[in-house]
Design a binder for this molecule. Sequence first.
Ligand code: 4NP
Length: 156
Amino acid sequence: MTISVLFVCLGNICRSPLAEGAMRRLVESEGAAVEIDSAGTGDWHIGHAPDPRAQAEALRQGLDISMLRARQVTEEDFHRFDHIVAMDAKNLADLLAMQPGGARAALSLLLDHAEGGDVPDPYYGGDEGFAETFRLVEDGARGLLQAIKGQRATTV
Ligand code: 4NP
């Protein structure tokens, strides 16, 4: 059974593409069947590649996220994905506000699967913020993957 996960931030050019890249590597290294995507609640960056600072941090971590393109969350995503995982409380509130009736997706905050709290928006900060962003999203992705694997074990 393949589980699907959508990571969501505001612009889909900083935090959620890094979460997507980190999760993709963890899933590949564990050979897990998890489908991954990311999106933003906002529409400013639709079609854009990740922020150059996010791409640079990904490369420092051995990940190429340059092929990702930003898109906005749609109502359809709530029916398509098993998990929609927000980077901060505002993203989660925005998702809850647009959640359609009968949605399939379970909503959570990424760091609820790790140390708790928000993944702060690094967009208006410097390069150093992106290293901390990566550390947080990788921690969250690791915890999320463990939760998914546990969930799968109890449902088969
Ligand atoms: P992200 O960061 O939500 O982590 O992708 C941001 C990117 C762009 C903007 C805000 C946050 N913006 O205001 O354009």
